[in-house]
Design a protein around this ligand. Structure first.
Ligand code: SF4
Ligand code: SF4
Length: 186
């Protein structure tokens, strides 16, 4: 059953990747990684389907790499959260980033795919919320008109797919996890 859902998720991810590539091309921006890598941002993920897909990527790693990323995940969580769960100021790199590359690149979550470029969101009240791209691309983004990168349809479709997945798997409740939390639980 998971493979059907994963197929739908991959199709959605592919559309996100295509939109990202079109926007990057519009600005003439190429992400080749950077010192303040977006893999150091503290992101929380909120879908069971993405958690399951990421876990499948971790489970496909060789046993030694998997052990390594799990150890990194332990260290990440100890650094970022104190014993009460409060967030510290420290921002280590995601445990799945190995020497600048994502160890589960095809399985990385939505926010990792959408990050880095100027975008906007349409609120339920019609309000538009704009997001800047990353600092590395600022000169590229400033030199061109805005590329219409609306994240809202992607978020909506992800929410629908998540709902379908939850129904099929009998899952409920809130999920709010970093990649490190997900890796630790694999
Ligand atoms: S998207 Fe921007 S912040 Fe992220 S790695 Fe690429 S250049 Fe760096
Ligand atoms: S899952 Fe991959 S792309 Fe996302 S933050 Fe971790 S290393 Fe970076």
């Amino acid at each position: 059953m998971d493979s059907d859902f994963f197929g739908k998720l991959e199709a959605l991810y592919s559309e996100m990747d295509q939109k990202w590539a079109a926007a990057a091309s519009h600005y003439g921006f190429e992400c080749t990684g950077c010192k303040d890598n977006c893999c150091k941002s503290l992101f929380f993920h909120h879908t069971f389907i993405e958690e399951a897909f990421l876990a499948a990527g971790v489970e496909a790693l060789t046993p030694s790499v998997r052990k390594d990323v799990q150890k990194r995940a332990d260290g990440y969580l100890e650094t970022v959260f104190d014993s009460t769960g409060s967030v510290s100021e420290k921002r280590p790199c995601c445990p799945l980033n190995i020497d600048g590359l994502c160890a589960v690149y095809p399985n990385r979550p939505m926010i990792c795919r959408l990050h880095g470029l100027p975008h906007h969101l349409e609120g339920a009240d019609g309000r538009i919320v704009k997001g800047n791209g990353c600092a590395q691309g600022e000169s590229f983004f400033m030199s061109k008109s805005y590329f219409d990168f609306n994240r809202t349809p992607f978020y909506s479709r992800m929410a629908s797919l998540e709902l379908e997945y939850r129904k099929a798997k009998g899952l409920s409740g809130r999920i709010r996890k970093t990649v490190a939390h997900m890796v630790q639980e694999t």
